[in-house]
Design a protein around this ligand. Sequence first.
Ligand SMILES: [Zn+2]
Length: 115
Amino acid sequence: MAGLFDGTALERPVTCEVCGRSRDACSCPRDAAGRVCRPRDQVARIALERRRGHEVTVVRGLDPVATDLRALVRSMRTTCSTGGTVTADGLELQGDHRGPVAAALRSAGFGVKGG
Ligand SMILES: [Zn+2]
């Protein structure tokens, strides 16, 4: 639908469908397609997996464009006092931290499955 408002932007400013601000002033998180994608629009899937014999808590399902995964994993490393990193499809923390990770995601507004 790109180009829908071509030529009409000056007469009809495009506003955000969620916050009502102009798109320039809007700071709603958006996915790669430009759709608003807030934490509550996303469902994190938490799982416990093994990497080379060690347990890791894996979080998938978050939108990597709309979500600051680096900031998220940073705060979870602090919360869980463990190492963690952003992965190709989400993030992972060393050890079994499913409970605290689920709580942190819920308090940030995300939907959560598993954990
Ligand atoms: Zn907005």
